[in-house]
Design a protein around this ligand. Structure first.
Ligand SMILES: NC(=O)C1=CN([C@@H]2O[C@H](COP(=O)(O)OP(=O)(O)OC[C@H]3O[C@@H](n4cnc5c(N)ncnc54)[C@H](O)[C@@H]3O)[C@@H](O)[C@H]2O)C=CC1
Ligand SMILES: O=C([O-])CC(=O)C(=O)O
Length: 269
């Protein structure tokens, strides 16, 4: 069987970890085929320093070079990454999944051309159980996120409300609303809420409270799901990566999902 060719869009905290792990050959049946970066020269210099041989290309070139593209770039360029791949009937693994909520046409494009959008569990946990519960009836899904203020800095919602994260000295509830509203107001901070909503009862019935908490050093998410099959109480404390907004486990979740693509034994839903 020929190897599955993987492209990476975005060579940041997640993309660099992926590039290292795919190129070192520890993921059977996968090869690193292409990378797209916001800064081509910087990307080429980093790849050289790591001894990774991989072309840096334009996003439009992905469909001819790769079978699956991992989107780990700013949410604002999700269309540029997904549209060419999906039109070619290929797969895209999307990390900026909050940006999927206002873009149902991307799912339609996947359906029309036989492509697929894969949202990995990412910085969260329990999406296996939530998707299983969704095959029955889920009554409610509530999430609480608690991050160090620096992990929320720059969010459009905070800027709009004039909330300065440098001035937060006590735990502060900065947002309470639906996953859809959270994805819009915090596009680089709570993709996890979007993933949870897509797994369960959708972005308008999934709710989230976001706390800026100077007392925590990790990105903490807790989830309560009430369903006719089970009651779930889930919690994760993510150690930040080189990007304080992004937990280290996110790239590992992508690697685990990629490993499952061709695995002879597949664990979990
Ligand atoms: N679903 C989940 O559980 C999680 C999702 N995320 C999301 O994943 C995405 C990536 O996260 P990080 O790696 O931490 O971000 P990052 O900011 O470290 O890296 C993003 C990279 O994209 C590059 N980029 C900018 N414009 C580009 C373009 N036109 N083409 C290609 N690359 C471009 C930037 O130069 C940067 O290196 C973010 O949207 C983040 O919010 C992060 C953590 C968890
Ligand atoms: O917890 C993390 O590490 C990242 C996070 O919330 C997200 O992007 O959704």
């Amino acid at each position: 069987m020929s190897p599955t060719r993987i492209a990476i869009a975005g060579l940041g905290a997640i993309g660099k970890t992926l590039a290292r792990r795919i190129s070192d050959g520890t993921l059977p049946g996968l090869t690193l085929a292409a990378i797209a970066s916001g800064d081509r020269a910087k990307a080429e210099a980093w790849l050289k320093s790591e001894g990774i041989a991989c072309p840096v290309v334009d996003l439009a070139d992905f469909p001819k070079l790769a079978d699956l593209a991992v989107e780990c770039a700013p949410a604002s360029i999700i269309e540029e990454i997904c549209v060419p791949m999906l039109k070619a009937g290929k797969k895209v693994m999307v990390l900026s999944c909050g940006a999927l909520l206002p873009r149902p046409h991307l799912m339609e494009l996947a359906k029309a051309h036989g492509g697929q959008i894969i949202v990995p569990t990412g910085a969260l946990l329990g999406l296996d159980a939530v998707t299983a519960a969704a095959e029955g009836t889920i009554h409610s899904v509530k999430m609480t996120t608690r991050k160090p203020p620096v992990g929320l800095k720059g969010a459009p919602y905070l800027i709009e409300k004039g909330l300065d994260m440098d001035k937060v000295t006590t735990p502060t509830l900065v947002f309470s609303g639906t996953a859809r509203e959270a994805a819009k107001g915090f596009p680089a901070n709570v993709n996890v809420a979007a993933a949870l909503s897509l797994a369960g009862i959708g972005p308008d019935r999934t709710t989230i409270d976001i706390w800026a908490d100077p007392g925590v050093t990790r990105n903490c998410h807790s989830i309560e799901v009430d369903a006719d099959s089970a009651k779930l109480t889930l919690a994760i404390e993510n150690i930040p990566s080189e990007n304080p907004k992004t937990g280290r486990i996110t790239a590992l979740s992508v690697i685990a999902a990629l490993r499952k693509l061709n695995a002879p034994l597949r664990i979990g839903t």
